[in-house]
Design a binder for this molecule. Structure first.
Ligand code: ZN
Ligand code: ZN
Length: 331
C-alpha cells in the first residue's frame, strides 16, 4: 500500500514526508483493518513532522482524523463488519486499568496510545485500529466532510465543555482554524455570543459568516467581558490577552497540544477565581457525544482537498494559515 512516511522530522518546507510502499497491515485480535478514504490534516501532525513533539516511533505514518471502510476483521471483533464505514480519531487505545482510566479520564491514561504517533495512522491507503476505539459515523456526512470531525471537532467539543461556557453566555475564540470553525457552530447552537480574535481578514470573514458577533485581532479590546474563552493558536502570548478579557470566575481553556512559553503575568489577571486550564486528548464518550451533536446541529465543515502525495504541501498550507477550514487528504 502507498503511505506518507516520516523517517526524520524536518521543517515542512523540506518535505519530511516521503511517499513509500509499505506492506498491508494485518489486524490482530480485536482490531479492524480500514481502507482509508479520507484523512484530515491537523496541527498536531505538523508538530510531529517538524519534531516539536518527542516522537515515540520512527518511522511513522501520521494522520489521526481517518474515515474509511472496514476491509478485514481480527479475531473476536463483533462491533463491525466488512464494508462498514468507520472513523478513527487521535485516541488509539488505553489500558483500562490505570487510576485515570478507572476515574473516567481515559484521555489522560498512563499508557494511552495515539493514532499516527505511537502507531501508524491515516496518511496511507490502509491502517489498523482496535475496534473498541473506532466509531460509526453519522450518515449525513460525506467521507471528506466527516474527517475533520474526528480531531478538530472532537477536541473542539472537549475544549468547549471544559471552558464551562453556559447557554447564552459570551465566548471568545483565539485563532480560527478547523477546530474553531466547528466550535463556533456548537456555541451558536447553545445560543452563545461568540467573539473571534484572529489575524487574517479572510478568517474573520468566515467567522462572521458562521455567526460571530464580533471579530478582531488578538490584543484588540473585546466589546464585552467574556464568560469563557478558548485559545487554539499555539502562541503563549495570547494567554495574558485572553485573561485580560475574561470576567471574574471565567475559564480560559487552551486547546493545543503544544504552545510557546506563556509570558510572566501579574497575579491580578488570574485572581478573582479565573480558571486557566489545558485540554488534552479526548475520551471515547467525548467522540460519541460529539458525533451525535454534530449530526443534530448539523455541523458544516469547510474542506480543502489534497491528494495523498501532497501531504507535505497540505501541512505547509496549514502552517501558513492558507487553509480556510480543514485540509483533507483524499485517498
Ligand atoms: Zn489507563
Ligand atoms: Zn488532531
Amino acid at each position: 500500500m502507498r503511505a506518507m512516511l516520516l523517517e526524520k522530522p524536518r521543517p515542512v518546507d523540506e518535505n519530511p514526508l516521503r511517499l513509500a510502499e509499505l506492506p498491508l497491515p494485518v489486524p490482530a485480535a480485536g482490531e479492524i483493518r480500514i481502507r482509508v478514504r479520507a484523512c484530515a490534516v491537523c496541527h498536531t501532525d505538523l508538530h510531529i513532522v517538524e519534531g516539536d513533539l518527542p516522537l515515540p516511533k520512527l518511522p511513522i505514518v501520521p494522520g489521526h482524523q481517518i474515515v474509511g471502510t472496514v476491509d478485514a476483521l481480527g479475531e473476536g471483533v463483533t462491533e463491525f463488519r466488512e464494508g462498514d464505514r468507520v472513523g478513527v480519531p487521535w485516541l488509539y487505545s488505553t489500558c483500562g486499568e490505570c487510576p485515570y482510566c478507572l476515574k473516567g479520564l481515559e484521555n489522560l491514561c498512563e499508557r494511552g496510545r495515539f493514532t499516527g504517533y505511537h502507531v501508524d495512522g491515516g496518511y496511507a491507503e490502509a491502517m489498523v485500529a482496535p475496534a473498541a476505539f473506532a466509531y460509526e459515523l453519522p450518515a449525513n456526512f460525506a467521507d471528506l466532510d466527516a474527517a475533520p470531525l474526528l480531531c478538530a471537532g472532537v477536541i473542539g467539543y472537549r475544549a468547549l465543555k471544559l471552558s464551562n461556557v453556559q447557554p447564552g453566555e459570551r465566548l471568545g475564540l483565539y485563532g480560527f482554524g478547523a477546530s474553531a470553525h466547528i466550535v463556533i457552530q456548537m456555541a451558536r447552537h447553545m445560543g452563545c455570543h461568540v467573539y473571534v480574535f484572529t489575524r487574517a481578514e479572510s478568517h474573520r470573514q468566515m467567522a462572521r459568516l458562521l455567526g460571530a458577533e464580533w471579530t478582531g485581532a488578538a490584543g484588540d479590546p473585546a466589546p464585552a467581558e467574556l464568560d469563557a474563552a478558548i485559545i487554539f493558536a499555539p502562541a503563549g502570548k495570547l494567554v495574558p490577552e485572553a485573561l485580560r478579557a475574561l470576567r471574574k470566575g471565567g475559564t480560559l481553556a487552551l486547546a493545543g497540544i503544544t504552545m510557546s512559553a506563556i509570558p510572566e503575568i501579574e497575579y491580578r489577571l488570574l485572581y478573582q477565581e479565573r480558571v486557566l486550564r489545558s485540554v488534552a486528548n479526548s475520551t471515547r464518550e467525548d467522540v460519541r457525544s460529539f458525533l451525535r451533536l454534530a449530526a443534530e446541529i448539523p455541523v458544516r465543515t469547510e474542506i480543502e482537498p489534497f491528494q495523498l502525495p501532497e501531504a507535505n504541501h497540505a501541512l505547509e498550507n496549514l502552517k501558513s494559515s492558507r487553509i480556510h477550514g480543514a485540509g483533507v487528504l483524499v485517498i
